[in-house]
Design a protein around this ligand. Sequence first.
Ligand SMILES: [Ca+2]
Ligand SMILES: [Ca+2]
Ligand SMILES: [Ca+2]
Length: 240
Amino acid sequence: MTFVEVSVALVVAGLMSWAAFSGYETVSAQQEIERGRAEAQQLQSVVRAFALRHGRLPCPAANTDGYESLTAGVCTTGNQVGWFPYVSVGLEQPTDRLRARYSVLRAAHATAAQDADLAVARERTGDAAGDATFLDVTDLIAALNNAATLLFAATRTHLTGDAGAAGAMDCAANPVMAAAYWVVVPLQDKDNDGNRLDAPHALTSLCAASPSAPLRLASDDVVEAESPAQLAGWLRKSLP
Ligand SMILES: [Ca+2]
Ligand SMILES: [Ca+2]
Ligand SMILES: [Ca+2]
């Protein structure tokens, strides 16, 4: 072969291996996001089952130990966001890339019938100890109904837009709606800020992107969330 022929052959071989490599990258990134989605959906199922059984939502874990952050057995006042409490809900701790951030809406009220602290089991429907519906899921549904009627406040668990119908994906400029809870599975650090969470997500933020947000280059975070009304509806349908 002449020099030119060898050069062309080398260039073609290089292009082919580049194409194969970038194709592989795309497939594995897609698999990673599917894995993140499956994880987030599992956490949603676990939160719902926990709610039915305990009449409250799980309390966030302050540390990566997987335990709810409690004070005297009750979710610590002001603890609205942390890690998902895997151990407390009976799950195994996942690897770092699947370890979810978790936030729960807490709006305590001195009057039980108006209380909307979703992380605390409280008798809100006036039952006495021994009654069938004393401190059960119907008291959580009451709290969710209260939460649904609250004025929106960005100081509680909430979602921003989806860069589409729900408006800009910007936690500071466009906080959109309250969430009863959200989970964010971080996967990889796609925006290269040294943290697996990617914008608009931040470690101590009460804000998550809308679950309907499209895939984007600088984020692979996967979100699951439910509004108070959505979760109340699901719980009512699931009552025996
Ligand atoms: Ca009750
Ligand atoms: Ca990420
Ligand atoms: Ca990041």
